[in-house]
Design a protein around this ligand. Structure first.
Ligand code: HPA
Length: 244
């Protein structure tokens, strides 16, 4: 039986070429950020969803992560790949490159972060030791290796609340906590996917050095590096969807 993949697309992307007109989906948790589109990727039919809305109007803390994941599941997704832009803290990677993080730190607050909100008549404490699906991470890394795509497998993704970027002292603290990358969207996305039984992994698109770590203003860094990170991500997705 073939797997249906969902792709949650983050900052820096418009429509992907070949997406259909899209389907509006309603869920028990409200509406997702945008219509869900179908896209042929090699032999695969992939469901795509713009995390920040089609006009990029939703900041990270107001995104309806529950509705996004549940909508993809309702349309048949068994596995979801999140495309998440990040800043890099350590020397693991450089801006313009990509990575598949294997661990998470969560500093977000006030987000609807669970489907076990008291309405379901039961509570389940998901095992989140491995926050990203080990199988999906390995499959992405294998596709990258086979296609000779420069993609680091591993590293710790720290999720901050945003929408502001961090202070230099916060980045120092995040590094002491073990962070390699900083982004604003992998949580609660990854946890909700686990709760609903959908495999989830993230492609971290490194678009800047974290606050206090670079020698150019962060927005200039993002401007200069987004294209390369997007291009590496697209190559990885093509390699992955051709291989599965
Ligand atoms: N911090 C938090 N989120 C981000 C960053 C960053 O430096 N870059 C892209 N998303």
């Amino acid at each position: 039986m073939s797997i249906t993949y969902g792709l949650i697309i983050g900052s820096g992307w418009g429509h992907l070429p070949g997406e259909d007109a899209g389907t509006d989906v309603g869920t028990a948790y409200g509406k997702p950020s945008a219509p869900v589109h179908r896209l042929e990727f090699g032999q695969m039919r992939v469901l795509t969803l713009a995390r920040h809305g089609e006009g990029h109007s939703l900041p990270p803390h107001v995104i309806n992560y529950r509705a996004n994941i549940v909508a993809l599941k309702m349309l048949g997704a068994d596995a979801v790949i999140g495309l998440n832009t990040v800043g890099v803290v350590t020397s693991l990677r450089e801006p313009g490159q990509i990575a598949i993080p294997d661990q998470l730190l969560d500093y977000t607050w006030g987000r609807e972060h669970t489907i076990y909100d008291g309405r379901r008549g039961r509570v389940e404490h998901i095992d989140f030791t491995e926050p990203f699906s080990v199988g999906l991470r390995r499959a992405l890394a294998a596709a990258a290796g086979k296609a000779d795509i420069d993609c680091y497998a591993g590293g710790v993704y720290a999720t901050t609340q945003g929408p502001r970027l961090e202070t230099a002292a916060e980045v120092d603290r995040l590094e002491r906590d073990g962070a390699d990358y900083i982004g604003m969207t992998a949580m609660p996305e990854a946890a909700i996917a686990r709760e609903v039984g959908v495999d989830y992994a993230c492609i971290a698109m490194i678009v800047n050095r974290a606050a206090g770590r670079g020698d150019v203003p962060i927005h200039d860094d993002v401007e200069a590096n987004t294209r390369a990170a997007k291009s590496a991500t697209m190559s990885l997705l093509k390699a992955f969807f051709e291989a599965v």
